[in-house]
Design a protein around this ligand. Structure first.
Ligand code: G3P
Length: 218
């Protein structure tokens, strides 16, 4: 399973990339706005930190403008994946960009039928938002399971399921059990994955016993 960081904070991404656990990055207009920085500058910096796919979202809503934006974003760095919304204009743009060799991440997916359209449009990634479905009382992970089942029914589909809008570590476990290809993790959630109180307690006990020996390995 690939781990992406869901952030536009270059310093945060650089710190997490040092763990060796970061396979890519996803940004969105809200995350970029939160940096207070120029979009292209942020994108260039992030693409230089993480060699894997870095999603950068078009902000137009009409196909022609979205396509022009997508081509400009794709030109920033070879590892840019252009993000487009799951609308008819977004799907048209996905098809055009995919046909010209640009990887596309179709985002704001909230139904299995939408995910099927994204695959038919040649998306490299589809981003179903599990947290936002949970937020309104739906079962976000059920959508991931449905998409996995549908995609696996057709050998011709090679779109990766990129689980997005993750709220807690349990979402990652559930997504992995379902067989999602990618999870894009907020930095805080990624940091929590390695933490367990029994690990901390056990390590403290090992080290206390070791100190009693008076020995040193080096
Ligand atoms: O960046 C796409 C998605 O992960 C954002 O989800 O619900 O945390 O804004 P959310």
């Amino acid at each position: 399973m690939k781990f992406f960081v869901d952030s536009a904070d270059a310093d945060e991404i650089r710190d997490l990339a040092a763990t060796g656990m970061v396979d890519g990055v996803t940004t969105n207009p809200s995350l970029v706005a939160g940096t207070g920085r120029d979009f292209t500058a942020v994108l260039e910096e992030i693409c230089g930190i993480v060699p894997g796919p870095v999603s950068a979202e078009a902000t137009a809503t009409d196909h022609e403008t979205m396509l022009a934006e997508g081509r400009k974003l794709a030109a920033v760095a070879p590892n840019v994946a252009v993000k487009v919304p799951l609308t008819w204009d977004g799907l048209k743009t996905c098809r055009a960009l995919s046909d010209s060799g640009t990887r596309v991440n179709v985002t704001l997916c909230f139904s299995a039928n939408q995910a099927l359209l994204a695959a038919k449009a040649g998306a490299a990634f589809v981003s179903p938002f599990v947290g936002r479905l949970d937020d309104i009382g739906h079962d976000g992970m059920e959508l991931i399971s449905d998409i996995r089942t549908i995609y696996d029914n057709y050998a011709s589909i090679d779109t990766d399921i990129l689980v997005a809008s993750i709220r807690a570590p349990i979402h990652l476990k559930q997504a992995a059990l379902v067989g999602a290809d990618v999870a894009t993790l907020p930095p805080g959630v990624l940091r929590k994955l390695a933490v367990h109180p029994l690990t901390d307690k056990g390590l403290a006990a090992f080290l206390a016993d070791w100190r009693e020996t008076g020995q040193a390995i080096l």
